[in-house]
Design a protein. Structure first.
Length: 177
């Protein structure tokens, strides 16, 4: 009888011993307060930023190359050997690197000229010229403050450069019928 009673109370007694120990440990972990306590901070109302949580969607540019997510452009006046499939591939690749300076859809930015028109600074706009200038980059810009590195700084194969050039060519023909 005694034994069963003892074995029943032992775990309970152990718990009572553990509780003050846990309390002591918890109080030891409390961060030290500076003398006099923390300085009182008056209530700061949350800053309201109008339009921040619901920004307007970006304008849709035909040929927008955001990782290929944008609408595809339908190429016109493609030279022999250049296909719509190349243009589509090129649009994906253009979105990886070139949009940094030439913007989505080649609309241009303060870092690089627009490529979606027939105005050219360095070339006359023929497909082989576009291939060469992408490969070479532009070390001596005519209007823009920065240079364009070879292949825009991207690591593209000659085949991929051909595809990007196809897309740039197609962009330049957008206004044509
Ligand atoms: C770091 C910025 C930058 C990047 C990235 C860049 N470019 Fe350029 N690009 C320029 C600048 C600057 C020029 C020359 C502007 C000038 O002459 O004033 C230029 C010129 C060009 C031209 C000739 C335009 C003309 O009017 O003659 C083409 C074509 C071109 N870039 C295509 C591309 C393509 C395709 C890519 C991606 C592979 C690319 N660029 C990446 C900055 C950039």
């Amino acid at each position: 009888m005694r034994e069963t009673h003892a074995s029943r109370t032992r775990p309970a007694r152990a718990l009572w011993l553990a509780l003050p120990l846990a309390a002591a440990l918890a109080s030891a972990c409390k961060p030290e307060l500076p003398p006099g306590g923390y300085e009182a901070v008056s209530h700061r109302p949350p800053r309201v930023m109008p339009g921040w949580s619901h920004p307007d969607p970006p304008a849709v540019t035909p040929g927008m190359g955001l990782g290929g997510g944008g609408p595809k452009i339908v190429a016109r006046n493609l030279p022999a050997g250049v296909t719509q499939a190349m243009v589509d591939q090129g649009q994906e690749l253009f979105g990886q690197v070139c949009t940094a300076c030439h913007s989505a859809g080649g609309t241009g930015s303060t870092a690089g000229p627009a490529l979606n028109d027939k105005e050219w600074l360095h070339i006359s706009g023929a497909y082989p010229e576009i291939v060469s200038i992408i490969n070479a980059g532009v070390a001596n810009p005519k209007q823009y403050p920065g240079v364009m590195p070879p292949r825009g700084g991207g690591n593209f194969t000659p085949e991929q450069v051909g595809q990007i050039a196809a897309y740039v060519f197609a962009l330049s023909q957008q206004g044509e019928s």
